[in-house]
Design a protein around this ligand. Structure first.
Ligand code: NDP
Length: 495
């Protein structure tokens, strides 16, 4: 009996007003995993109304009580891990070893981390005037619209929902349409945990319709969006007439610089993991490698050898290291960029052709692909591919590498691999990115901030900084003397 997925509005698991449905497709074999609700703007309106009704009481709920509900949710997710892991894998193709050891493991920890972080939150006191007590207090924004992507479906949704809730906001959450199943399971756990009606609302449906209905609804006080930069620009333009704040975590075209003195074993292992983990569908994955000429030949041949050993296959198989991309359109996008690299004269060092194995050929599979590139300005080196497809480029100097890293409209993250930490630090200082590593790439944990520069957006997720995305900081001045404080008091004497 297939599971009956429902949306969550005003504390009730329910169906869309118009009863619409949509299929979720397994990208490994194109079978239907489940049929889920397909909402319309009417459901969004009901969700926003419910969130609006709930916001005053939730804002005034003791933060310890809000934290306790998050902790309950963490435990429920943990208790249901065995159910969530295969669902996550089936809907977007992440290998089961990864969804078990990373995605679903991460989620309870995120709820717990944010619950504790919220309770430890402080404001500022400011020594502005001896006759006054001046401070900042944090206030919830109100109703927040949370729009999440598919590349870590539950992780990315929870990374928004948890801080929104602890800061006293109510929420309308929309997951990506190709991978909404674990978020819809979360809707059930929200009810089980006992959240007050209307605090959490979860709707599903196409971004162009349901997403835009959230963004343009007058009852929404802020949007927190993660996704493609072009969609982010569209959301920003829709939000502009109301001057509504938008937190935007957007695309990346991340770079890894390997200098002559790098520890080559570590660099090869780091490159292989960072580029091909989750089939390269990580906002932080490096897809541009700038390698200094002295180490170039050895690094590249070992990188190619390591990548060729990645086991690609059925994501449900525990031995599989790389599954399919999230859906067939992603494979077509990757194939477009592979063709464009070939057209630009790049040499395929690994991959570059569709898989011949009948199982892989039928699904959204793209094999690990490495091109040698001679021109940084080509589309292949400038556009986000979001697939296991990368370019290596030989550089003479670290300054040349820095210029090439920054010669891109994105600015999410970059790394430099060197044993010279001083040179490494000076290099990081010049990268125009939100996260920069030395001898590391893709280390993203709840304690560290994540977010970009330039067209990668500016928002911070994770760490204590995430709390600032979900509150206003109101300045409060309490004047304690009988005489008002004025700047002209010495010049204007009242009778
Ligand atoms: P999309 O931008 O296609 O979709 C993200 C979400 O936005 C989905 O829920 C989608 O709904 C929704 N959406 C689409 N169009 C609109 C619209 N017009 N108005 C409102 N919402 C809309 O991204 P992907 O899901 O394909 O995710 C991959 C992208 O996310 C990559 O570019 C990646 O770099 C980026 N990303 C960035 C991260 C960062 O930290 N900077 C982290 C993770 C991913 P629907 O699914 O129905 O289309």
């Amino acid at each position: 009996m297939p599971h009956d997925y429902k949306i969550l509005i005003d504390g009730k698991l329910t169906k869309p007003v118009r009863g619409g449905t949509m299929d979720v497709i397994n990208p490994a074999d194109n079978t239907v995993v489940a049929t889920v609700p397909r909402c319309t703007a009417e459901d969004v309106d009901l969700a926003v109304q419910a969130a609006t009704r709930a916001k005053a009481a939730w804002k005034n709920t003791y933060i310890g009580a809000r934290a306790e509900l998050l902790m309950k949710l963490a435990q429920i997710v943990r208790d249901h891990a065995d159910e969530l892991v295969p669902l996550e894998t089936a809907q977007y193709g992440g290998p089961i070893s990864k969804t078990r050891n990373f995605d679903i493991k991460f989620v309870p920890g995120e709820f717990e981390f944010i619950a504790g972080l919220g309770r430890a939150m402080t404001g500022h006191t400011i020594s502005a005037d001896p006759d006054a007590r001046v401070m900042t207090v944090r206030e919830p924004l109100g109703v927040v619209g949370l729009i999440s992507p598919w590349n870590f479906p539950l992780v990315t949704a929870v990374s928004k929902l948890a801080p929104a809730l602890i800061m006293g906001n109510t929420a309308v959450l929309k997951p990506a349409s190709c991978a909404p199943l674990t978020v819809l399971k979360l809707a059930e756990y929200v009810v089980e945990a006992g959240f007050p009606d209307g605090v959490v609302n979860i709707v599903t449906g196409p971004g162009s319709e349901v997403g835009e209905a959230i963004v343009t609804h007058a009852g929404i006080d802020k949007i927190n969006f993660t996704g493609d930069s072009s969609v982010g620009k569209r959301i920003l333009s829709l939000a502009a007439p109301r001057v509504m704040p938008v937190a935007a975590e957007l695309g990346g075209k991340n770079a890894m610089v390997v200098l002559d003195d790098a520890n080559i074993d570590a660099a090869v292992e780091g490159a292989t993991h960072a580029a091909f983990f989750n089939s390269g569908q990580n906002c932080g994955s490096p897809s541009r490698f700038y390698v200094q000429e002295g180490i170039y030949d050895e690094f590249v041949s070992r990188f190619v050898r390591a990548a060729s050993k990645i086991i690609v296959g059925d994501p449900m198989n525990p031995d599989t290291m790389m599954g399919p991309l999230a859906y067939m359109k992603c494979r077509e996008t990757a194939e477009h960029y592979i063709a464009s690299a070939k057209k630009a004269g790049c040499r395929a060092l690994l991959g570059g052709d569709p898989p011949t194995d009948p199982y892989l050929a039928n699904g959204a599979f793209v094999l690990p692909t490495i091109f040698e590139v001679y021109d940084n300005s080509i589309e292949f080196m400038q556009e986000e591919i979001f697939a296991p497809v990368v370019g290596v480029y030989k550089v003479k100097t670290v300054d040349e590498a820095i210029d090439l890293v920054n010669d891109c409209r994105y600015g999410l993250c970059a790394s430099v691999w060197t044993r010279d930490y001083r040179l490494g630090m000076l290099t990081l200082d010049q990268f125009k990115v939100g996260t920069a590593w030395i001898n590391q790439h893709l280390a993203i944990v709840p304690e560290t901030p994540w977010g970009g520069q330039k067209e990668s957006g500016w928002t911070k997720e994770n760490s204590i900084l995430v709390l600032d995305e979900y509150c206003y900081q109101k300045h409060i001045w309490i004047h304690m003397s009988e005489t008002p404080h004025t700047f002209w008091e010495d010049r204007i004497k009242l009778d």
